[in-house]
Design a protein around this ligand. Structure first.
Ligand code: THU
Length: 159
């Protein structure tokens, strides 16, 4: 028997410590929560993705009375970017969320499906995506979605 520990690097920033371009993306993700359609959960998620040419695309969660039809903010933003700018890699994604009391204190984490969708984009363009998860006071930063999805399933897994 072998015991293996899988480690991930997480960097924790205060808003003011972020580079200006990262602060801007955090601001846009927070703004994007206003575009959430979430009459069922009242949990408003906003995402902002930056493309390699600097273009920023927003996303917000879109709920449905048939719950499984709901689309998360991250995938709304990513699929929008991919549909309109398929020739441009995504370099960053920021995610923010608020509930009925306001922005959530702890950084919000993407669901498993969104992690898998972000991983596909890293694979497609051969480029890591910087992940910014926004809390009220601190921002969690990962250099790649791979830190949040160890032992992941990718195209190569089928060979
Ligand atoms: N949600 C997101 O938008 N992104 C995530 O990564 C997690 C969950 C949304 C889906 C649903 O509208 C609400 O949050 C509650 O699950």
């Amino acid at each position: 028997m072998e015991h293996v520990t899988i480690k991930s690097d997480l960097m924790i920033f205060h808003y003011g410590e972020l580079a200006e371009e990262d602060r801007m993306l955090v601001d846009i993700a927070r703004e994007a929560t206003a575009n959430s359609y979430s009459p069922y959960s009242h949990f408003c998620v906003g995402a902002a993705v930056r493309l390699e040419d600097g273009t920023v695309i927003r996303g917000a969660n879109q709920e449905n009375a048939a719950f499984s039809v709901t689309m998360c903010a991250e995938r709304s933003a990513i699929f929008n970017a991919q549909s309109n700018y398929p020739h441009l890699a995504i370099t960053h994604i920021a995610i923010a969320a608020k509930n009925i009391d306001g922005f959530v204190k702890n950084p919000v984490s993407p669901c498993g499906s969104c992690r898998q969708a972000i991983l596909e984009i890293e694979q497609r363009y051969g480029r890591d995506i910087k992940i910014l998860l926004c809390g009220v006071d601190v921002i969690y930063v990962f250099d790649s979605i791979k830190a949040l999805l160890p032992l992941s399933f990718v195209d190569d897994s089928m060979r």
